[in-house]
Design a binder for this molecule. Structure first.
Ligand code: T1G
Length: 675
């Protein structure tokens, strides 16, 4: 076991088996081989009365090694190692810290006892990878925590705290924070002679069909389109009906189906894509970062307020600046209301609300931002006004402060050029609501310094955002790809499709809503020229009739007081009027044509973004669409999906519809390759 990640050491008659496989003690082949040997060692040594299984580093086993899933399997397989641990005729105590996840928790469930430090988390997040706990987790968990808790843990995949796990009996004892090994040895001493040895597989899971039915109904909307949640539920159900070994076989069958399905491949792609997005090509990962202890936000509107909450929630002080007292008070009031709403839902304590609000300083003077480390401008989208503000910031901000714009499409280089320090200027494009949406497009200007970019990318993790580097071009990555979709959607209306048909195709594809529902939510009047007499597009006609969307109770749809949409006869009239005035004949539009013209065009635009270097890699584009625009994660993002759909099929359809196919897409199509 010399260079094995597994080491063993005797503490009296207790064998301590330690895993040291950074960064997260993934249960890769070497770990499994080491564990298997350690179990055999323990079994064959009569001097050993009990075993403690513990991990070094950041965490207890955080699951199977996901990187191995696409490689040829190596024995011993995890289920076999887990079975040998449970079968051992000496008690095994799992000593848990960090995050015992997936195969890691399944390993702990095979141990006869589990103790954990209070800060630990325990979970089976496989469903988030389009999978299920395939090493006995769906059969042992219901036997230990019951059906209801097992359904929550498996089908939703969120970890639970060690304290809650202790309440549920998943953890037998809480260890001293910082004294895990000592606590585990003391615990092992207590139980080493206890017989019979408790084995989860020998317990039974009481049937609870009512709970299972209720769970399915309650979460039907949440699980829409996903394969894995239903499979997890079916396995938990099987645990209440079948003997353990048969339940294991059922689990294995369901696991294998998911493993070789397209959804899990897509969700695993996003798991790694999200982590890769944080890496900046060409910049050393250990570059010195600029300290960010105080942030300034200009603008206390919807975006400014949401942006501010991200920093307050991360414990970073913020000065928020507005021009007028009432606007400032309104903005600060909305921030407090949002926090109190979270507290009312039990997501925050009132202490946490006061702590966050205590870090906020309202101000009517931009001069108060002089000692901020980062200043984010979140005012309305007008280049002249932005240049004026950045000119002022250039005069007052301390040397080395990072100056960021929350613009969603304006030219960051032009904004930077309005200062004497373009190297300190960067785009930070948050998505509305900024305190909720996970995506942050970090716009790298032509002069943005490497340490500025690296500092903001690292800071994104601190404020719990998924950050992606974007180049300076209209709409950056996300909005730029949204444009061809919206343009084609509007053209399809003129040619014969209806808003309902186009939106239905997108919702059936897995999007949370279609282009017209989204337009109604965001506001049909965004970007409108505001002249009711000038009617050049269907949107102009809607805006002229005050159909600005949900906020007006009417847009492309009519809305009731609960904002439920219904198709609008008036909109149909407007579209038909436009069609006849443009002498366009109405024709039947197929769902496939809608897919080709609204989604294939996005892939084409994505390829052009890559060609121009406006995104570092195709998987970054996928991360943008998953975390910023609700692209269904089980389709892996537009560029991953293009590989599944077939780049040759996409290129051929685009050409058929008369679109210029990007050279990169054409090249991929010629080789039938994905991105
Ligand atoms: N396998 C391989 N690599 C992993 C990994 C894993 N399970 N988990 C993390 N990594 C890599 C990750 O890619 C990154 O690499 C580095 O570790 C740090 O991760 C049979 C089938 C544990 C909460 O789903 O949720 O068990 O980018 O940046 O923010 O039933 O990682 O540095 O090169 O995320 O501190 C189930 C997945 C597997 C847990 C730590 N387990 N991991 O978060 O660090 S399936 C999971 C996480 C399974 C069995 C089934 C998080 C974390 P790099 P990080 P972090």
């Amino acid at each position: 076991m010399s260079d094995s990640p597994i080491s063993i050491e005797k503490h009296g008659d207790i064998l301590v088996v330690t895993s040291n496989n950074p960064p997260v003690n993934a249960l890769g082949a070497a770990v499994r081989i080491g564990l298997d040997a350690a179990v055999k060692q323990a079994a064959s040594d009569d001097g050993i009365k009990a075993v403690v299984l513990i991990c070094e580093g950041q965490t207890f086993f955080a699951g199977a090694d996901i990187t191995e899933f696409s490689k040829p399997p190596v024995e011993p397989f995890l289920p076999a190692v887990i079975a040998s641990i449970e079968a051992l005729n000496k008690p095994v105590v799992a000593a848990i810290h960090g995050t015992a996840l997936g195969g890691g928790l399944e390993t702990a469930l095979a141990c006869h006892y589990r103790i954990a430090v209070p800060s630990a988390k325990l979970g089976v997040p496989e469903v988030k990878l389009g999978l299920l706990p395939g090493a006995g987790g769906t059969q042992r968990l219901p036997r230990v925590v019951g059906v209801k808790a097992a359904l929550e843990m498996t089908a939703k995949g969120d970890p639970v705290s060690a304290k809650l796990a202790h309440q549920w009996g998943l953890v037998d004892a809480l260890a001293d924070e910082g004294g895990l090994l000592q606590s585990a040895l003391a615990f092992a001493e207590q139980i080493k002679a206890v017989r019979p040895i408790p084995r989860a597989s020998e317990r039974s899971a009481a049937p609870d069909d009512a709970a299972i039915d209720a769970f399915r109904k309650e979460n039907a909307r949440k699980f829409r389109g996903f394969d894995a949640p239903a499979a997890n539920i079916a396995c938990v159900e099987a645990a209440t009906r079948l003997p353990f070994e048969e339940g294991l076989n059922f689990e294995r069958t369901e696991f294998t189906k998911l493993m070789f399905g397209t959804q899990s491949a897509a969700q695993r792609h996003i798991f790694f894509a999200e982590r890769k997005a944080a890496k900046i090509d060409g910049i050393a990962s250990d570059i010195a970062l600029r300290p960010i202890n105080k942030v300034g936000v200009i603008g206390a509107g919807t975006m400014g307020g949401g942006i501010t909450m991200n920093f307050l929630s991360a414990g970073i002080a913020v000065i928020i600046v507005e021009q007028a007292e009432d606007a400032l008070n309104r903005g600060v009031g909305v921030i407090r209301k949002n926090y109190e709403a979270s507290a009312a839902k039990g997501r925050l304590t009132s202490d946490q609300v006061e702590k966050a609000m205590g870090l906020l300083t309202p101000s009517l003077s931009i001069d108060d931002l002089a000692d901020c480390d980062l200043i984010i401008e979140a005012i309305f989208e007008n280049m002249d006004v932005k240049k004026e503000v950045f000119g002022k910031l250039d005069a007052i901000a301390r040397p080395g402060a990072i100056l960021a714009s929350n613009t969603s499409y304006l030219n960051v280089d032009e904004i930077a050029a309005s200062t004497s320090r373009p190297q300190d200027v960067v785009g930070m494009h948050f998505f509305s609501p900024a305190n909720v949406m996970k995506l942050l497009e970090v716009v790298r200007g032509a002069r943005t310094a490497d340490d500025v970019l690296a500092t903001v990318m690292k800071l994104a993790k601190t404020i719990r955002k998924v950050a992606v580097v974007a180049g300076v071009c209209p709409g950056f990555i996300g909005n730029r790809m949204l444009m061809p979709r919206q343009v084609e959607a509007n053209k399809l209306l003129m040619e014969g499709a209806t808003p309902e048909q186009i939106d239905r195709v997108h919702v059936e594809f897995g999007m949370p809503m279609g282009p017209f529902q989204m337009s109604d939510l965001a506001g049909v009047d965004i970007g409108w020229h505001r002249d009711p007499a000038r009617i050049e597009t269907i949107r102009d006609a809607l805006c002229a009739e005050d159909r600005w969307g949900q906020k007006k109770g009417a847009g492309f749809y009519d809305y009731d007081e609960k904002r439920n949409p219904t198709p609008s006869a008036r909109v149909t009239e407007i579209i038909e009027d436009f069609r006849s005035r443009s002498n366009m004949a109405k024709r039947d539009i197929t769902d496939q044509e809608i897919i080709e013209r609204t989604l294939y065009t996005m892939v084409n635009e994505g390829a052009m973004i890559l060609e121009e270097g406006m995104a570092q890699r195709a998987s970054d584009i996928d991360v943008v669409w998953i975390y910023g625009y609700g692209w269904p994660i089980y389709r892996g993002g537009p560029m991953f999906w293009a590989g599944v759909e077939g780049t040759d099929k996409i290129a051929a359809a685009l050409a058929k519809h008369g679109f210029a196919v990007s050279p990169m897409l054409a090249e991929k199509a010629a080789k039938s390759e994905g991105f």
